[in-house]
Design a protein around this ligand. Structure first.
Ligand SMILES: [Fe+2]
Length: 394
């Protein structure tokens, strides 16, 4: 599951290094991009993409206002029973547009709290061997196979939840080598975050590679509609698994890079956690944010217009190989400086409330972050458990 492919360009990370959760994000300085990245942009460019850019920027203005007023209400919530009964078309559309969903009622509270106790006991009994990040304030534990993690991953209702969410995807090519009715276990780590100041924060980002989304032809195919230009970005289907099967998410042998196809990233809560208690934050509009992120490297602000959100103040940028927020071998990072039109002050919203046993899933292209603050009184804890369909891809 971890990096094993060959690098298409310079390898920035030592092959085989284990890393920790921060490895994929650490970029001390923006790297100077090789001239081939400028050539890549020139090869991909089509003039109608300028129309797409203007349309997307226009749509983002309204979306930022909408999410700004909705706040956390923009994140769909469903009960497990509703999911099992079958979601209405309206609910499916709501979840697919947001790209994120909270599922309540699958795992009993006491069972989830039991998992946490067993993990805490395990950590206490193996204090000298268990590794956590950051070292001085262990929060993200390098534990992948504790008994409670196995129990959670194989919990029948958790597996059923994943089946229901994988059914929101489809294969445009019926011969695609994938089973959307057979989730597999992905061995991810866990978080137990105590209240108080935190020495490390995880700002807005997208997992599953960075520059690979443009550089790898297979990955690029997932966003083909965006690169056709004009109105085509509106036809982007983020839930078609077929192009995902040829996407290489790790061209640079990065430490800590997941290389399998996680249709939905996710976690199961082990605590009662509210906003401002170190929880997940998301940008809950998948198609529009994806179209913007994929078009962003082709444009730059005109001199002196760096803070303008108007399409007229931005111009074509094919001569420079920069892909904002991206550095080969690292995940896609986003900030108000690199992606101003997303208006993060309005569009990044927190999960407002979860109880032990609640699950949260977010689409593999969704922009997300972790709250810098934890002002609560109890731990903010999750088991990272994504919804991963069975594929032949390693
Ligand atoms: Fe992430």
């Amino acid at each position: 599951m971890f990096s094993s492919g060959s690098a298409a360009g310079e390898s920035l990370a030592q092959k085989g290094t284990t890393g920790n959760i921060s490895s994929i994000f650490n970029v001390k300085t923006q790297r100077v991009f090789h001239p081939r990245f400028s050539e890549l942009k020139k090869a991909m460019w089509k003039d109608p993409m300028a129309q797409s850019w203007a349309q997307v920027l226009d749509a983002l203005k309204g979306k930022a206002e909408q999410i700004g007023s909705l706040g956390s209400k923009a994140i769909p919530k469903v009960h497990y029973d509703e999911l099992q009964k079958g979601l209405t078309d309206e609910r499916i559309a709501e979840i697919k547009e947001a790209g994120v969903v909270i599922v309540r009622g699958a795992v009993p509270r006491e069972e989830a709290l039991g998992w946490k106790k067993s993990i805490k006991d395990y950590i206490a009994e193996n204090r000298d061997r268990v590794v956590g990040h950051p070292v001085l304030q262990p929060t993200f534990y390098e534990l992948y196979n504790a008994k409670a993690q196995i129990l959670a991953r194989t919990h029948p209702k958790l597996v059923n939840t994943q089946k229901a969410l994988l059914s929101l995807w489809h294969a445009s090519d019926p011969n695609s080598e994938i089973s959307l009715v057979q989730p597999i276990s992905y061995f991810d780590r866990l978080r137990i975050r105590e209240p108080g100041p935190f020495g490390w924060s995880l700002g807005p980002h997208i997992d599953g590679g960075g520059i690979e989304r443009w550089e790898d032809p297979g990955y690029r195919a997932c966003y083909a509609r965006v690169f056709e230009g004009a109105d085509s970005w509106r036809q982007l289907d983020s839930y078609d698994v077929t192009p995902r099967l040829t996407a290489n998410q790790d061209l640079y042998d990065s430490p800590n890079q997941c290389t399998i196809f996680r249709a939905w990233q996710g976690w199961t809560s082990l605590s009662t956690t509210k906003t401002n208690e170190g929880t997940l934050r998301v940008v809950p509009f998948l198609k529009l944010s994806t179209a913007y992120v994929m078009l962003r490297p082709f444009f730059k602000p005109k001199p002196g217009r760096e803070t303008s959100l108007e399409a007229n103040d931005w111009e074509l940028n094919l001569e420079h190989g920069e892909f904002p927020g991206t550095s080969p071998g690292r995940a896609q990072k986003l900030s108000p400086e690199s992606h101003p039109h997303l208006q993060f002050d309005k569009t990044v919203v927190s999960i407002d409330f979860v109880e032990p046993g609640d699950q949260v899933y977010w689409h593999c292209d969704l922009i997300h972050a972790v709250e810098a603050k934890h002002t609560g009184t109890g731990d903010s804890s999750v088991l990272y458990i994504p919804a991963v369909p069975l594929t032949l891809k390693k």
